[in-house]
Design a protein around this ligand. Structure first.
Ligand code: ADP
Ligand code: MG
Length: 263
């Protein structure tokens, strides 16, 4: 189906990369053809999968010269995933993209070359609303927003919503809010439960599955391993597996509804 889902939130440390890697890995293990795209110069998604960040980063080359994209994607072995990897030099792409007339559409052009070969493309964004994130949103069918169950969880979501509206108005009218993912939930804290209620009230699109705070999720990336492989029975793995199923159900329901409305 070649759906592009972008994981975005300009706050750092809310679980974007963890969500992108874990969902991609569970979906691929269940048989989907999945590509992950690392749009963050920090390259956390790249290293989480055990790959070294390269110079120049493949995603940088794809943004500057979209027709090269097929040759820049590599398998992220031993996972069944393909990756368009990042690295620190991607930071330099921001200035170059700002100078190009279609600088906000380069990821869309790059993915147009290859997305029909995948069921799902998951894009991980940097913690900003700059031109790299705008590229991620302009290329996407839907956006996933991880929100940490913490004090001021909703802070910043207004500016993210404004960016989504701007991208819809100027670049990508079909962009959907696929869902909000509550992360790092701690059931011992009344605050965590309060945040869950508050976020659900503001965003009816919030997924039923809530991701718990789980030390295994924090450890896995330092070994370059996914949670499915590193600690498959941990609460974190089970939660992301459930979220992967919920996401698939939601995407399939939407596709079915679209087909019905066309018929
Ligand atoms: P972002 O990409 O939004 O900056 P990350 O996914 O990198 O956030 O998560 C920030 C840090 O928190 C990382 O060290 C990650 O391993 C850890 N982490 C993410 N989700 C969880 C969780 N549910 N429980 C415990 N640690 C987590
Ligand atoms: Mg990240």
């Amino acid at each position: 189906m070649g759906l592009v889902i972008t994981v975005a939130n300009q706050k750092g440390g809310v679980g974007k990369t963890t969500t992108a890697v874990s969902l991609a890995d569970f979906l691929a293990a269940a048989g989907s053809r999945v590509l992950v795209v690392d749009l963050d110069p920090q390259g956390n998604l790249t290293t989480s999968l055990g790959l070294e960040s390269a110079s120049p980063p493949p995603v940088y080359l794809a943004l500057l010269d979209p027709p090269r994209t097929p040759g820049l994607i590599v398998p992220a072995r031993p996972y069944r995933l393909d990756i368009l990897a990042s690295g620190p030099d991607l930071a330099g792409a921001e200035v170059e993209l700002l100078g190009l007339p279609d600088g906000r559409l380069r990821l869309r052009l790059a993915l147009a070359e290859i997305k029909s070969g995948y069921d799902l493309v998951l894009v991980d964004c940097p913690p900003s609303l700059g031109i790299l994130t705008v590229n991620g949103l302009a290329a996407a069918d839907g956006v996933l927003v991880p929100v940490q169950c913490e004090f001021l969880a909703l802070e910043g979501l207004a500016s993210l919503s404004r960016t989504l509206s701007l991208v819809r108005a100027e670049l990508n009218p079909g962009l959907m809010l696929t869902g909000v993912v509550l992360t790092m939930f701690d059931g011992r804290l009344g605050l965590s439960r309060q945040v869950v209620e508050e976020v659900r009230r503001f965003f009816p699109e919030t997924f039923d599955t809530v991701i718990p705070r789980n030390v295994r999720l924090g450890e896995a990336p330092s070994f370059g391993r996914t949670i499915r492989e590193y600690a498959p029975t941990s609460p974190g793995a089970r939660a992301y597996e459930a979220l992967a199923l919920e996401l698939m159900d939601r995407l399939l329901a939407k596709l079915t509804a679209e087909e019905a409305s066309r018929a």
